[in-house]
Every structure is written in C-alpha cells, then in structure tokens.
Ligand binder design. Structure first.
Ligand code: ADP
Ligand code: MG
Length: 333
C-alpha cells in the first residue's frame, strides 16, 4: 500500500518578478517498505520536495498525504517522518550514544526504553564499540552511521535521506550504499533517498523518479528507467547513450520500422525494432525521429573484417580504457 503521496505539488519561492517555480505540478506515490529515489541534476527540486514530506516547507498548491491523510497541519516533529541531512547535523561535543538518545529524550520516552533503543541502534549500525566517543572525534563514515541511528531510533514510518553519501570518498560510499540497503531491509522502513548520482540510483532503488526543472519526468524500476526511458532527457541523464537523428521512411508490419539516418548510413535505410509501448504517439512515415542506442548494445569492428554489412559506418577517433570496459568514440560519416 501507499506510504506517502505528493498530489499536484507546486512550490513557488518569492513574489512578483522575483518568483521562482521550484516544483511544477508534481505527483508521486511512494509505497510502504520501498527504497524510493529522487534523481535529477542539481537545482531540479529534489530537496524542496523532500522538505515538503518532512514539513520544513509548505506547498504553494497541492497536498502531502501520509497513509491517505493530508498532513499539512502537522509540524515536522509530529510527523512519523525523519530526515538524515547531508552534513549529518550531529552534536559534536556529545557522545555517540547521547546523540542517538537525544530525539528519544525530546519525545519524553522513559529512561529504560531509551537505553534499550540506543543499544539496539548501536548494534544495527555496528557502532557499539564507539558508544562513548564524542562525535567530533570519529570519522566521516562513522558520523554517517550515527546520523542514521539517530534518525532511525524513534522508529519513523518514513526516512528521508538527502544526498547522505555525497561527502564520503568512493570506497566508503560503495560500502555505505550496501549498508543503507541492509538497514532498509532490516527495519522495513520506507526510505526516500535523494541523489544526483545515476549509478547510485540504479544500484540502490526499488523505484526511481527522474526529475528535471521542477517536474517528475518518469517513475519506474531501475530497469524500466534504463531500458525504456520515456524522454530524451531521461535517456541522456541515466547511463550513457547515443542519439541518432533520422526520418521514418517505411512503417513495416508488426514491430519494425525503417529509418533513414542523417549520418553514418550514406542514405541507406536501416531497420529497427520498435517498442510501441515506449512511445505515446503513433509514429508516421516521414516523421523525424531520434533513436537512442546504449553503447553496450553496439558492436564495433573494422570495415571488411566480417561478412556482416556494416549498418552504420564512421571513423574511430579515440579509445579510452576504463579497466572494466573500453570506450570507442566513433564519428559517424
Ligand atoms: P536540488 O535539491 O534538486 O538541487 P532544490 O530543491 O534545492 O534543488 O532547489 C530547486 C530550486 O529552487 C533551485 O533553483 C533553488 O535555487 C530554488 N530554491 C530552493 N529553496 C529556495 C528558497 N528558499 N528561496 C528561493 N529559491 C529556492
Ligand atoms: Mg538538494
């Protein structure tokens, strides 16, 4: 069932000439127990949307629903929703255990219950050995774990994470990605995770919402988003891809069409498989069209080296070695 829902959210900052529309009619439903990611470039409105869920920001129009109920009137501390901030926002002079206990003390929980919960949280994030250290004297990765434990301690229904791994170096970030998945799995809490890193989004999420310019362009599983991008922006932002411009020459029977590309085929037609589900419009002969081809779906070989006809020809301009793979840059003739 649905945990949180944004319904036709518009957010305008400022007034008159100074006004700026940070979110434009955004609707999205996030399921219970889901690892849901908001993905998009800097400035697209991810943090603004997250702050609406938390209650730090109010929509200009639209509603935020929690289990179907409008929560506009609930201040942040009364929402069963917690946030892990990018800078962790820990109390530097307090111990790890005190930091985790803080929110529970504010809620007026009994002492015994607080001790039990802090203990459980320290186990959960594997920080038991550090419990009496002050947080200014532990590493960035350890601070990250404490921030997570503190946010999870009051057992929120939803945990919001705003680019929580962006301050960590590559190795640690990879480790924490796995750790976050484990925590979400073990606690069963709905995670709404914000990142501008497409690889992070693909590897961690149950579903992803791709955002641009204050809008959500597509919501889907990592597989859907990667294999069936709904728009050019999505195809371009997620992974790497080639765009080939051309014109539909003949519509074939079934799921194929013939296309004359602008470059690389010397005017010859090429046949492509067409996924009608992928396109809302009906494609017509004569229509201009953009094909998107993932690099791993292309094979590169020297002309004349196989008996296959080259489909698209070009000049090899550059070879870049990446360790796990090698990138060939080909300029179409
Ligand atoms: P993201 O988190 O995707 O990088 P934000 O949600 O922080 O983007 O910001 C979206 C846009 O809204 C940005 O252009 C930002 O400058 C603007 N914005 C955010 N908060 C405010 C504010 N309080 N006042 C004015 N503009 C804001
Ligand atoms: Mg942000």
């Amino acid at each position: 069932s649905i945990a949180v829902e944004a319904k036709n959210i518009t957010k305008v900052f400022g007034h008159g000439k100074q006004h700026f529309r940070a979110l434009n009619d955004v609707s999205v439903s996030i399921r219970e127990n889901e690892f849901f990611t908001l993905l998009g470039p800097s400035g697209c409105g991810k943090t603004t949307l997250l702050r609406m869920f938390a209650g730090f920001e109010h929509p200009t129009q639209g509603a935020i629903l929690l289990h179907g109920k409008d929560i506009a009137h609930l201040p942040p501390f009364q929402r069963p929703i917690n946030t892990v901030f990018q800078n962790y926002a820990l109390f530097p002079h307090m111990t790890v255990a005190k930091n985790i206990a803080f929110g529970l003390e504010m809620l007026g929980k009994p002492k015994a219950e607080i001790e039990e919960t802090v203990d459980r949280m320290l186990d959960l994030v594997q920080m038991q050995a550090m419990r009496d250290r002050v947080t200014s004297q532990i590493s960035g990765g350890q601070q990250q774990r404490v921030a997570l434990a503190r946010a999870l301690a009051p057992s929120p229904k939803v945990l919001l994470l705003d680019e929580p791994l962006s301050a960590l170096d590559y190795k640690l970030r990879k480790e924490m990605q796995i750790e976050l998945k484990r925590l979400q799995h073990e606690t069963g809490i709905t995670f709404i995770f914000v990142t501008h890193d497409q690889e992070e989004a693909l590897t961690m999420s149950d579903r992803i919402a791709v955002m641009s310019g204050g809008r959500i362009l597509q919501v889907g599983s990592p597989h859907d988003i990667y294999e069936r991008p709904a728009e050019r922006f999505v195809a371009d932002f997620i992974g790497e891809t080639n765009f080939l411009e051309g014109k539909v020459s003949v519509l074939e029977e079934g799921d194929r069409l013939s296309v004359t590309l602008d470059a690389g085929t010397e005017g010859k037609q090429i046949q492509v498989a067409f996924d009608p589900q992928n396109s809302p419009e009906t494609v017509q002969a004569g229509q201009r069209i953009t094909l998107t081809v993932r690099p791993e779906h292309a094979q590169v070989f020297p002309i004349g080296s196989t008996s296959d006809d080259p489909i698209i020809s070009g000049k090899l301009e550059n070879i870049v070695y990446f360790g796990t793979d090698t990138h060939y840059h080909v300029k179409l003739s």
